[in-house]
Write a protein of this length. Sequence first.
Length: 304
Amino acid sequence: MAHTNWPVFEHDGCYFIDRFHDIDAVKERRIDRWDIRDDDVIIQTFPKSGTLWMLHAVSQMYDNLNWKLKPVDRVARPGVWFEKTDSVPGLYGSMVKAVKSTFHEMQSPRLMICHVPQQFFHTSWRKGNRKCKIIHVTRNPKDVCVSSFKFFQSLQFIEMHLTWEEWVKAFVEGQVPFGPWLDNVWGWNQFGLEDNVLHVTFEDMKRDLKSVLVKVADFLERPLSDDMLDHVVSQCSLDAMRASQTDVQTLAIRDEGTSRENMKFLRKGEVGDWKYHFTVAQNEYFDKKITAEANKLGLQLQYE
Ligand code: A3P
């Protein structure tokens, strides 16, 4: 049962937001209209796991290698390719329209974002055409839970009226966009380097961004000199990203009357922020329902 004050619907094991997604589009698998290319680079995440951070890092790498494409030409969102554009107001709608209008004309290699679980990913990829490169970024689900609560609370164009207590419950039950969290993450974990999927964690990025970016650069077959690497790392600090207005520029968001300043992708950027939000009871409930299930699958979660 969906929460009445959080209008989400479930299809094929994944939750979508009523306001954002058109059920027919989801059923028709409109994602398949995207012409998957061998040299596509796709960042797959559960929302609020560091998508923009990785996107910023990868695009810096490519900028330094003289890719001179405008962000809107370079960044698309196949994972949220289900939007019913006309019903999405303001900023997000215009972003989707901008992407749609250039999607097929985008020059290769394209850099894209995707949030969908693997069962919704491109059919040709699932049937074995795995040449494109996918960077799968995961983050511990307690911090994702806090980050997404803060994010949805701040958006004026999504009616999310849940309290923190209700949000924790909705998250644990999987009734959040692209949830359940564990299904989404675990589904992608089934694929590895042989499928051209690289797994990276937000926590490792916090601990040692440079080492993670070396792995990413190797994976993309774009090795960087030490100087370039240092440059990318310095550009990827929270402060540098704030200063460069990455929120706005990278996603090519246009403000059409919707409150853009409220839509913050950059917040605290910490590991363990959840400790300031979860009550003891919420933590126990979360561990019982998610951490224990993840552990059973062999997934190591880094909560600190
Ligand atoms: P918080 O809300 O916990 O601060 P996404 O891009 O997938 O929406 O993820 C957003 C989260 O990534 C936010 O987490 C944001 O602050 C964090 N983030 C983005 N860039 C970051 C950076 N350079 N360093 C640390 N965290 C970053």
